[in-house]
Design a protein around this ligand. Sequence first.
Ligand code: SF4
Length: 382
Amino acid sequence: MALPEAPAALAPFLQVAADPSAAAVRAAATGRKILGLQCARLPEELPHALGLQPWRLAVRRTATRHAPSVMQTFSCSWVQALLDQALSGELANLWGVVFAANTCDSLQNLPDIWRRTVNGPGRLHVMHLPALSEGHAPLALLQEELARLARWLERETGQRLDRERLATSARLFNRIRAALRRLLALADRGEARHSWVQGAATGAQLLDAELAAAALETAVDELVARGAPEERAPVRLMLVGGLLDDLRLLEWMEEHDAQPLVEETCTGARTFEVQADIDEADPLADLPRRHLRRSRCAVCAGSGRHRAATLVASVRERRAAGVVFLPYRGCDPHAFDNVLLAQVLHDASIPHLTVEVDPQLSNWGQVTTRLEAFLELCAERS
Ligand code: SF4
């Protein structure tokens, strides 16, 4: 059965999402002040309120060439790809980059290597994120780190952070997240594609936030007006992974009568989950609290146990027929968590598959062959 056509309002988002890195490079070349955020958990509202365009860094698809001369090849393939891009000079026109510390070993070392080997952008900042989510210490650390980030941004932009402007930015990003959640709900009912949801979340980061919010709302309204499509029963697969920006895998699954669910990836619903919305009444005070409300990813302390405790319920609630783990080559945090997650799925008799990938999806043939076999298995069981 033919897949539905995307609403015209989604076209700019999907164009960006087809190659977000190239889109960011193009946008920076036109003079837009793009601040690269290395992790999806870094705050967008704060730089936006100071006139910057926050962009969660995504890596390009071309093979890694320069990184092995300054970083061990066993390091995370995503981090190598990002460094490679910086070494080739492609990111030189970004206004600046914010790194997240206290995450994984590969990222922990990246800012130091970057400072010594990369020519531009020169504005670099490292923000420490707490490994824990409960208690006073993580909140205190976040308050201090956000204040430090705000001071750095004020100094570098030469502007004062205005509370009203921050509230306006918080409202805008909340609108974008709300529209993405509505789009996800439509995708769950088969009235939109999950690849559009992820594409829209990625694309929204490089479009003007005001225009992005309006266009997303238009697209959702159009889809609601279209109504329910013909009855289809695709196999629902929950994806588990990190910054899986490349839409090709999601699109491949949809073309093979599967529905990829993107709640458990750092590029999917984790970026617009409801509990992460900002309290518009006091965004500055809420920014650290917001961070602690977010669901845990593989770099949080105790993430394996925490995620294992919720994964089976989530698979059942989302009516997924199976789970596909897509760890990046060289990623230890996901590799450690996945052992625990695979065990609980095994105990609950939920089919699961692990396919190691790299950001270029260079093992495309192997990935799709294994996915095809897994899909057949899940289809037979559902
Ligand atoms: S994929 Fe894994 S190792 Fe790489 S940046 Fe993410 S958490 Fe770190």
